[in-house]
Design a protein around this ligand. Sequence first.
Ligand code: GLV
Length: 320
Amino acid sequence: MKPKVLVTREVFDDVLDYLAKHFEVSSNQADQPLSAQELAAKLADKAGALTVLTDRIDAALLERCPQLKAVCNIAVGYNNIDLDACRAHGVMATNTPGVLDDATADFTWALILATARRLTEAEAWLRAGQWHGWKLKQFLGRDVFGATLGIVGMGRIGQSVAKRAHGFDMKILYYNRKPVSADIEQACRARYVSLDELLAQSDIVTLHTPYSDATHHLIGAKELAKMKPSALLIHAARGGVLDDLALIAALKEQRIAGAGLDVYEGEPKLNPEFLTFKNVVLAPHIASSTERTRHRMAMLAAENLVAALTAGRPPNLLNP
Ligand code: GLV
């Protein structure tokens, strides 16, 4: 008998076909988000799960799923999974590192450019029929070319963002828990500085750390106060790394010039005050969302699940 697995949200058909070669698959192709209760009920008799970042995998859930051996997240971030609880219940957890760096870095650049050049604000204005002629001072934005970029979190995605900045002839600063190797610094042409120095010097600050207890509100009121009034904040990491309320206060008081956001605290219910700012570009957590990348993420998660339940050691195991 094939092991039973659950796919908690809609995935691509060929990913389901691949899983079906190895497992008896139940899948939520209707794509309705599952409540904690529904998830526990559906997982009660399953050996494995292909999950997404909105599925909370914690001790309370695992206690109700005695047969569960593997949870394979379709995301590089895994703050939705309690790794200690997984360890205690003998459940392997995996993520999808590496396959989404380029798409996420590309999108970070979309946010940088759209925010600096006021693209969404200008487009909304044009669509509303308000464009009645060219003006010298229309939608004056900020230069990206030659500006100073501050990258907070110099993992694979931060590095990919840095490399794209070379085409804009930027000065690149970075802050990380510890400096990256000299080789990486050289390839990225980035200089390690303290977080305070990065915030004080950068024209554009972009966040790329994972979310954890250690990075909760890494950027809050105190940090925002150190940014230049002309600076922009870009956030495509994970809700909670930034204190959203502190950002709203800083924007209201015009202590920074604007923000480009893809992630929020309490997604998908972002703070409605964000909608009131013209100088904020808002996206619905889509940084990795290209056809190829989301497909690679889902397939990698499926490969992890197959390895976990057949060979025993998935390639992207988080809790060995
Ligand atoms: C997306 O947010 C991811 O963590 O992969």
